[in-house]
Design a protein around this ligand. Structure first.
Ligand SMILES: O=C(O)C1=C[C@@H](OP(=O)(O)O)[C@@H](O)[C@H](O)C1
Ligand SMILES: C=C(OP(=O)(O)O)C(=O)O
Length: 437
C-alpha cells in the first residue's frame, strides 16, 4: 500500500462510475470466527479472512492467550487463509484492543477462561467506549476483574482457568457487542449461560443473529427469544465447539461507499460474491439505497447496483444497522430532499461521537445537519470543498470520500484510518474511478 498525502484529496467523479469491486472479508464475521476457532476442541480454517487492523488485533490477542494462528493458504491450496490451532488458554498476557469494539468486548470473556492474569488496554478512545455490561456480567458469573472501579478499560482479568457461568442480566442498550461477547464464550462456561437483556432498547440485532448463527454452525446449542418466545433471553448450553473450514463473506458495510458511488453518479457497481443469505447489516443497503433512488439486481456473480444520479432523502430508523449511518448521512447530504436518521443515539460512543462528527464535518462544507436526541436531520444544501476531519474513524473517512465524489476540493484528513477494516481503501477508490493510486 502506498503512503497517502494527508489530507488526502478525495477524487471527484467526472463520469458515472462503472466498476466491478471485490471487497475484503467481513470484520464482524472474521473476528467472531477467530474467537470461536480459538475456543474449539480441534483446529479450524478461516479462508479469505479480513486482514486489517481490527482483525490483526484480534488474532494477536488470541495468540497472546495461547492460541496458534498461522498465516498460509487454505486446505485446497488456493487462496489466503488462517489456520487456528486451539490450545490451553493462559496468562500472563497483554491484549491491545486498539479501538476495536469486537476485541475489547469479545476477549475479556475468553480471558476469564484462561489461567493467569490478562491485561487489556488500547487506544485512548477505548477507555471511553462502554464495557460495563461485559465487566459486570463476567463478575456475576464468577470472574475476577480489576478495573479500578472504572467500568471500562484499562483492566486486568485474573483468569481462573474456568468460569461457572449460569444466569446473568445485562443492559446492552449501549452496545449489542455485550451480548455477542458473552454468548461467544458461553459454550465453554461450566454451566453455559442464560442471559437476560434488561435495557429498553437493543441496537444491532443482525449482529446478535450473526453471533447465534455462527455459534450454531460450530455445534453450540443456542436458544433465542424467537425460539422460546421469552423476550430478551438467550441460552447457550455448555459443550465442545467444532473446528470449521469457513469461507468469510465480503464485508457488506465496506461495500457501502462503492454502492453509494453508483447511486450518486448515476453509474453501476457490481460487488462480487454478495451472499444470497447473510446476517450482515450491510445487506440492508440494497433496500435503503433503492429507496434513495437506485435499483439493484442480485445474481450469482454478485450485487449490481445502478443509480440514476438523482438521490432522494430518506426517513429511517437505523438502530438495527447503526454502522451504516455515516455512509447514509453522506449520501443524504447530496440528496434532493431532507432526511431523518433515527434510532442511533448509541453512535455517540462508537469510534468517535459519530453524530457530532458528521454534523460538524458536513456543516463545515456548507451543509445543514442537526443532531437530534437519537440521530440526525439532514437538509441538503450546495456543498463546497474543505478538509473533512475523521477523528480516527474509518467510516468518517469513507463518508468524506463519498461526498468528495460530488463536491470538488474535499480533502479527507487521515484517510489511513480506513486500515481499521479496509486497508486498501484509497487504492480501491482510485480503481473505481479509473485512476492510478
Ligand atoms: O458485533 C459486531 O461485530 C458489531 C456490532 C455493532 O456494534 P454496536 O451494537 O456497539 O453498535 C456494530 O456497530 C459494530 O460495527 C460491529
Ligand atoms: C462501530 C464499529 O466498530 P467496532 O467494532 O469498533 O464497534 C464500526 O465498524 O462501525
Amino acid at each position: 500500500m502506498s503512503a497517502h498525502p494527508d489530507p488526502w484529496p478525495a477524487p471527484t467523479a467526472s463520469a458515472p462510475v462503472a466498476a466491478d469491486v471485490t471487497v475484503p472479508g467481513s470484520k464482524s464475521v472474521t473476528n467472531r470466527a477467530l474467537v470461536l476457532a480459538a475456543l474449539a476442541a480441534e483446529p479450524g480454517w478461516l479462508r479469505r479472512p479480513l486482514r486489517s487492523r481490527d482483525s490483526a488485533l484480534m488474532a494477536q490477542g488470541l495468540r497472546a492467550l495461547g492460541a496458534g494462528i498461522e498465516e498460509g493458504v487454505g486446505p485446497d491450496g488456493t487462496g489466503e487463509a488462517w489456520r487456528v490451532i486451539p490450545a490451553a488458554l493462559r496468562g500472563p498476557a497483554t491484549v491491545d484492543v486498539g479501538n476495536a469494539g469486537t476485541v475489547m468486548r469479545f476477549l475479556p470473556p475468553v480471558a476469564a477462561l484462561a489461567s493467569g492474569d490478562v491485561r487489556f488496554d488500547g487506544d485512548p478512545r477505548s477507555h471511553e467506549r462502554p464495557l460495563h455490561g461485559v465487566i459486570g456480567a463476567l463478575r456475576a458469573l464468577g470472574a475476577r476483574i480489576d478495573d479500578a472501579g472504572r467500568g471500562a478499560l484499562p483492566l486486568t482479568v485474573h483468569g481462573g482457568g474456568a468460569l461457572d457461568g449460569g444466569r446473568v442480566e445485562v443492559d446492552a442498550s449501549s452496545s449489542s457487542q455485550f451480548i455477542s461477547a458473552l454468548l461467544l464464550s458461553a459454550p465453554r462456561f461450566n454451566q453455559g449461560l442464560e442471559l437476560r437483556h434488561t435495557g429498553r432498547t437493543l441496537p444491532s440485532m443482525p449482529h446478535i443473529r450473526m453471533t447465534v448463527d455462527m455459534l450454531r454452525a460450530a455445534g453450540a446449542q443456542v436458544t433465542t427469544p424467537d425460539d422460546s418466545g421469552e423476550p430478551n433471553v438467550w441460552r447457550v448450553a455448555p459443550g465442545a465447539l467444532l473446528g470449521r473450514d469457513l469461507v468469510i463473506e465480503p464485508d457488506l458495510s465496506n461495500a457501502q461507499p462503492f454502492l453509494a458511488a453508483a447511486l450518486i453518479t448515476g453509474g453501476r457497481v457490481t460487488v462480487a460474491d454478495w451472499p444470497a443469505r447473510t446476517t450482515q447489516p450491510g445487506d440492508a443497503l440494497r433496500e435503503i439505497f433503492t429507496a434513495m433512488g437506485g435499483s439493484y439486481e442480485l445474481t450469482p456473480k454478485g450485487l449490481t447496483f445502478t443509480g440514476t444520479g438523482t438521490v432522494h432523502g430518506i426517513d429511517i430508523d437505523l438502530s438495527e444497522v447503526g454502522e451504516l449511518t455515516p455512509g447514509i448521512a453522506a449520501v443524504a447530504a447530496l440528496a434532493d430532499s431532507p432526511s431523518t436518521l433515527r434510532g442511533v443515539a448509541h453512535l455517540r460512543l462508537h469510534e468517535t461521537d459519530r453524530l457530532a462528527a458528521l454534523t460538524k464535518e458536513i456543516n463545515a462544507l456548507g451543509g445543514d445537519v442537526t443532531e437530534t436526541a437519537d440521530g440526525l436531520r439532514i437538509r441538503p444544501r450546495p456543498l463546497r470543498g474543505g478538509v473533512f476531519h475523521t477523528y480516527d474513524d474509518h467510516r468518517m473517512a469513507t463518508a468524506g470520500a463519498v461526498i468528495g465524489l460530488a463536491v470538488e476540493g474535499v480533502e479527507v484528513e487521515n484517510v489511513a484510518t480506513t486500515a481499521k477494516t479496509l486497508p486498501d481503501f484509497p487504492a480501491m477508490w482510485a480503481a473505481l474511478l479509473g485512476e492510478r493510486d
